[in-house]
Design a protein around this ligand. Structure first.
Ligand SMILES: [Zn+2]
Length: 204
């Protein structure tokens, strides 16, 4: 009987090892799929979400594209334009606006190479038309981290960053929180109210 122990141990060990390898394979397979990492709904237990940008310290935010010029605003002549188009030149560094987790990094119709970042506050930012994405899904980013290089992939005619800000999936004008002329965060308090399935976003 005593002699059997090593054999049983060996069998258990090899089963555990096999388990490790098969779970590794599954993770690899998932990574290949263009899925979006699930994030918590900020309206899960409340109808009103507030983000106080007034209280943010300088280290807690970063303008997404240094010295950029706003070449096309949110909405405006293109009502379906869900972002702010920021332009400098090809291959310039695109930076995370706030601390967060990458929920998508890959190619998407219209967007080209795009990065989605989910922030603690329930805010989401998206950076599209990149020449190359430099982060992957699940990566934790700090404000100012380089996440991509400026390009014109997807539905773009010139190199620029299509920058989106969203809350609860609802896109809003990033100009409400960023001064795109001064490349600064505005000292505002944002309130998003969910009523009858629509989200109303205001700043004060
Ligand atoms: Zn755009």
């Amino acid at each position: 009987m005593k002699k059997r122990f090593p054999i049983i141990l060996l069998a258990v060990a090899s089963l555990l090892l096999a388990g490790c390898f098969s779970s590794k394979k599954a993770t690899k397979g998932q990574r290949g799929q263009a899925t979006i990492l699930a994030t918590e709904d900020p309206f899960k237990s409340t109808d009103e979400v507030t983000i106080n940008f007034k209280k943010m310290k300088e280290k807690e935010w970063n303008y997404p594209l240094e010295d950029a010029k706003l070449i096309s605003p949110f909405g405006g002549k293109r009502p379906n334009h869900k972002g702010s188009d920021l332009k400098t030149k090809a291959k310039d560094k695109v930076r995370a606006a706030f601390k967060g987790v990458v929920t998508f990094s890959g190619e998407m119709s219209g967007y080209g190479n795009v990065v989605f970042i989910s922030h603690e506050t329930g805010l989401e930012t998206r950076y599209a038309h990149n020449l190359k994405n430099l982060v992957k899904k699940g990566d934790k980013v700090k404000p100012g981290d380089v996440i991509a290089l400026e390009g014109k992939t997807g539905n773009a005619t010139t190199e620029h960053v299509h920058f989106e800000t969203r809350i609860g999936g609802q896109a809003f004008d990033s100009e409400l929180i960023f001064n795109h002329k001064k490349h600064e965060l505005r000292e505002v308090k944002l309130t998003a109210t969910k009523k009858n399935g629509t989200i109303d976003i205001k700043v004060k």
